[in-house]
Design a binder for this molecule. Structure first.
Ligand code: NAP
Length: 472
């Protein structure tokens, strides 16, 4: 370690202006930005934040529903982070393709992965891959103008759709299908998605929970929103809201988390409204598991098995099939049963849980359990896809704490290239057009100006070519 480094972590500086402690962060979503903020609070630290897309903010841009603009206000905090001395953004740079792990380790003391959970979990039932059956993740990416998904086609000629899962992503997908075009037109929904939804013929949306209303993963504001839509009724079945002894036991055990009882109350308040009189119906069904996607050549329906709630040991409450089946019609199916992380080249991966194996944010070798020096994780790729955006703040902070402890112990490598121009030069040599933060601000202005003309908060540029053209 050079004499410029004073790795005392007791409030002193890790590096100096001439030799900053250089950290690379891959994934410019919430976890990445929170980690960068924590790191840059330390004097003498410089952080390069990379993203495979030309745009920053991860799920805040590509995941948060367009009709939830308030949630996106968190971007203001990330802009403050980006304004801190020592920050650089490199968009349009893919880890493992544009920069290998060895190259990154040669230029940075520590490397943090905050790449999230980009793929979906599968139901594992016959017919799952029939045309018309999709993971919710790609539909979310499509309506949010994510370049990977913007060219997809969803059959909105269907009259009946089904959404499997009872999490907040299922809420988002159901709401976007149920909302009127007038409501969506005021959001930053992608223009092509608005146009496709304008011609949507969907009248019924089944929302399918394998367990009951008390166990649902959605939160109170999200389910309440479905009861307040301008053009759709949330329809429930009285027999599925009746709570048996096991369900009452569940609620008693979870009494401290009021969300569960409130979810039940919100749903029960729908009972007197019956079918309602809005043109679209959201049919919330509980205690049903899809066991087969039906259809010849494309999705025509779903075979469901009725479940009951079973209490297992250690307070685990599971759905148990009863051997009673029913069929529902649907021509469009979204499975919204959780996300999974992607394997990164050269980095250990836990295939089963879809995360990078780690202990408190330190990447570990799954075979030995030993920490892999200088590699760290935060966010969904560290703990799995759970929690809201803010959850990633504490998560990232804990990982940064581990990074600083290791830095103090001088465990980060010597003999690195401290030249800040080395990485931009390497990317230029590889003909990678890295998008800087000032570049992104230009894209941002272009999108906001285009949105203004249409009465929207922004009109997103949705192809890599358009995004790069805007900054060249
Ligand atoms: P989630 O909250 O984990 O919900 C997954 C749902 O899928 C659960 O209802 C689960 O049921 C169900 N499920 C899992 N496997 C299933 C199977 N084989 N068959 C049928 N159902 C199955 O996941 P998510 O909705 O993808 O959300 C991810 C995270 O992002 C969550 O923390 C969520 O709160 C957050 N988020 C927040 C917002 C917001 O704040 N507005 C919006 C979107 C996402 P069981 O409970 O029975 O396992």
């Amino acid at each position: 370690m050079t004499s410029d480094f004073q790795s005392d972590n007791g409030g002193g500086e890790l590096g100096s202006a001439s030799h900053p402690w250089r950290v690379a962060v891959f994934g410019a979503g919430p976890a990445g930005f929170y980690a960068v903020d924590e790191l840059l609070k330390r004097p003498g630290v410089a952080v390069d934040l990379f993203d495979r897309l030309p745009t920053p903010y991860g799920l805040v841009r590509g995941g948060v529903a367009p009709d939830h603009q308030k949630i996106k206000a968190v971007i203001k905090q990330y802009e403050k982070t980006a304004a801190r001395p020592g920050f650089r953004f490199f968009g349009n740079v893919t880890f493992g393709e544009d920069l290998s792990l060895d190259e990154v380790l040669a230029h940075y003391r520590q490397v943090l992965f905050t790449t999230g959970a980009e793929s979906d979990r599968r139901m594992g039932i016959p017919g799952e891959d029939l045309p018309g059956s999709h993971p919710a993740t790609i539909f979310v990416g499509w309506y949010n103008g994510h370049p990977d998904y913007r060219d997809l086609h969803f059959d909105l000629d269907a009259e009946c759709a089904a959404v499997v899962g009872n999490g907040n992503v299922a809420m988002d997908v159901t709401r976007i299908l149920a909302r009127s075009v007038d409501e969506l037109a005021k959001t930053d929904i992608a223009d092509y998605a608005l146009e496709a939804l304008r011609h949507s013929r969907i009248k019924e949306i089944y929302l399918l929970g394998r367990r009951g209303p008390a166990q649902a993963a959605f939160t109170n504001p999200e389910i309440r929103e479905l009861t307040e839509l301008a053009g759709a009724d949330l329809v429930v079945r009285p027999e599925e809201l009746e709570l048996d002894e096991v369900n009452r036991d569940f609620l008693a055990l979870h009494a401290a988390e009021q969300t569960h009882q409130r979810n039940v109350d919100i749903l029960k308040a729908q009972l007197p409204k019956g079918e309602g009189n809005q043109p679209k119906k959201i049919r919330a069904r509980f205690f049903v598991s899809p066991v087969e996607v039906l259809g010849k050549g494309r999705v025509e329906g779903l075979r469901l098995e009725k479940n009951r709630l079973l209490k297992e040991e250690h307070g685990v409450f599971k759905a148990q099939g009863t051997g009673v089946y029913e069929e529902i019609p649907c021509q469009l199916l979204f499975r919204s049963i959780g996300y999974k992380g992607h394997r990164l080249p050269g980095v250990p991966f836990d295939e089963r849980n879809g995360i990078i194996p780690n202990r408190d944010g330190r990447v570990i070798d799954p075979a030995t359990g030993a920490p892999v020096p200088r590699l760290y994780v935060a966010g969904w790729i560290k703990r799995g896809p759970s929690g809201v955006i803010g959850t990633n703040k504490a998560d990232a902070s804990a990982t940064v704490q581990a990074m600083l402890e290791d830095a103090a112990r001088h465990t980060a490598g010597d003999g690195l290239s401290p030249d800040p121009d080395a990485i931009p030069a390497l990317l230029a040599h590889k003909q990678v057009r890295a998008v800087t933060f000032p570049d992104w601000k230009r894209i941002d202005q272009i999108e906001i100006a285009a949105g203004k003309k249409r009465g929207k908060p922004r009109e997103k540029l949705t192809t890599i070519a358009e995004l790069l053209a805007a900054v060249s």
